[in-house]
Write a protein that binds this ligand. Structure first.
Ligand SMILES: Nc1ncnc2c1ncn2[C@@H]1O[C@H](COP(=O)(O)OP(=O)(O)OP(=O)(O)O)[C@@H](O)[C@H]1O
Ligand SMILES: [Mg+2]
Length: 344
C-alpha cells in the first residue's frame, strides 16, 4: 500500500531540489531541470515582516532603500540568520516554480553546508516544511557540488571538491559516496567584497557599498595577474569631504585587497590535502581538484591554487549550478538520495 502511495504522490507532485545559498537560491524541478536562479535577498517594510520584493528585484535595492524599506539577506555564512524572512523567501520561490495544478505537496532536497549544527538543520527543515514541503531531505553541499560537477563520487577513488560560495568555502574529499574529510570556512565571496570595501576606505578614503564592491570584484578581481593589466573607475563617497568622487583602480590594487580571503581559502585547501589519507591523496594527485560555486570564477584562482599545490585544478562547467544539479540528481535517483542524504 505504502509503495502505491509513494508512486501515486510521485506521479502528481513536482519534487524540488533547492540550493538555498547565502548569495543565490537555485531551484531544480524533477524532470524539468533548473527553473529558477535568483539572489537570496528580500525587501521588507521596515520594522515588519511584510515582504515587498524578493530575489533580483530586491537585490537591486540593496544599499539604495529609502527609510521605510530594508533589503535583507536572510542567510549568512551559509546558514539561516533570519528565520521568518528565509521562510517567506522560500515560500515565494516555491510558489513561483511549483506546479499549482497538483494538490500534492512536493518532496524537497536542500543543500546545506557540511558541519552544520543540529539547530541549523532544524531551521532549514522547518523553513522548507512551512513553505509547503511534504518530505525534506538535507544533503551536504560539497557532496552535492561534487555530484553536480560530474565527479565519480560512488567509486572507490578520492575526489576533491572546493565550493566557494558567497558565505562559505567548503573543501571536501569524497570516496565511495561518503565524505572522508570536509572543512568549511566562513570566508568566501562576501568576505572578498568586504575586503574590497575596506581597502578602498583605507587607501583612497573612498566609501562604496557591497554591490559596487562585488561588481569591482567580478570585473577586475583576480588571484593571479591577467595577461594585460586592467583598470576601472570606481565611484563612491569621499570619506573626508563627504562628497561623491571617482577613483581609477587597477587589477593589482584589487589583488592586494583580496590577499587575505584568498590565502585563507588556500590554507583550507592545504589543510585538507594534509589530512587526506595517502591512497586518496594519490588519486587526487592523479586527477586533480575541481572547483565549484560562484567564487570559483574569480580570475586566476584556479591557477593560483594549482601553482601553490602543484596539482591540476579545474573549474566545473557551470560552477553556480553544481550544488543544485547534484541535489537534483539525487531527486531523480532515489538510491543515490538514500545513500548521500544526512540523517536528521
Ligand atoms: N565572475 C566572478 N568572479 C568572482 N566572484 C564571482 C563571480 N561571479 C559570481 N561571483 C561570486 O560568487 C558568489 C556567489 O556564489 P554562489 O551562488 O555559489 O554562492 P551561494 O551558494 O549562494 O553561497 P553559499 O554556498 O556560501 O551559501 C558571490 O560572492 C559572487 O560575488
Ligand atoms: Mg553554495
Amino acid at each position: 500500500m505504502l509503495v502505491i502511495f509513494d508512486w501515486f504522490f510521485g506521479m502528481f507532485s513536482s519534487d524540488l531540489a533547492i540550493d538555498l545559498g547565502t548569495a543565490n537560491t537555485v531551484i531544480y524541478v524533477k524532470g524539468k531541470g533548473i527553473v529558477l536562479s535568483e539572489p537570496s535577498v528580500v525587501a521588507v517594510k521596515k520594522g515588519t515582516n511584510i515582504v515587498l520584493k524578493v530575489g533580483r528585484d530586491a537585490k537591486e535595492m540593496l544599499g539604495r532603500t529609502p527609510g521605510s524599506i530594508v533589503a535583507i539577506r536572510p542567510l549568512k555564512d551559509g546558514v539561516i540568520a533570519d528565520f521568518d524572512i528565509t521562510e517567506a523567501m522560500l515560500k515565494h520561490f516555491i510558489v513561483k516554480v511549483h506546479n499549482r495544478k497538483t494538490l500534492v505537496r512536493p518532496r524537497i532536497v536542500v543543500g546545506v553546508p557540511s558541519g552544520i549544527t543540529q539547530v541549523e538543520k532544524r531551521a532549514i527543515r522547518d523553513a522548507a516544511e512551512q513553505a509547503g514541503a511534504r518530505e525534506v531531505y538535507l544533503m551536504e553541499e560539497p557532496m552535492a557540488a561534487a555530484i553536480g560537477a560530474g565527479l565519480p563520487i560512488q567509486d572507490p577513488v578520492g575526489n576533491m571538491i572546493i565550493d566557494i560560495g558567497g558565505g562559505t568555502t567548503e573543501v571536501a574529499v569524497i570516496s565511495l559516496a561518503g565524505i572522508v574529510y570536509a572543512k568549511s570556512i566562513r570566508i568566501a565571496g562576501d568576505e572578498m567584497d568586504e575586503a574590497i570595501v575596506q581597502y578602498l576606505k583605507r587607501k583612497y578614503n573612498l566609501l562604496v557599498g557591497e554591490r559596487t564592491a562585488e561588481s569591482v570584484k567580478i570585473q577586475i578581481g583576480s588571484a593571479f595577474p591577467f595577461d594585460e593589466p586592467r583598470k576601472i573607475e570606481i565611484k563612491g563617497r569621499d570619506l573626508i569631504e563627504g562628497i561623491p568622487k571617482a577613483v581609477t583602480i587597477n587589477d593589482s590594487d584589487i589583488r592586494e585587497a583580496l590577499h587575505d580571503p584568498i590565502y585563507a581559502i588556500l590554507d583550507a585547501v592545504r589543510t585538507a590535502l594534509e589530512r587526506t589519507p595517502p591512497e586518496l591523496a594519490a588519486d587526487i594527485a592523479d586527477k586533480g581538484i575541481v572547483m565549484a560555486g560562484g567564487g570559483a570564477m574569480l580570475h586566476g584562482l584556479d591557477l593560483l591554487i594549482s601553482h601553490e599545490t602543484h596539482l591540476k585544478v579545474r573549474v566545473a562547467e557551470d560552477p553556480l549550478s553544481c550544488v543544485v544539479l547534484g541535489t537534483g540528481r539525487a531527486l531523480d535517483e532515489l538510491d543515490l538520495l538514500k545513500r548521500v542524504c544526512l540523517e536528521t
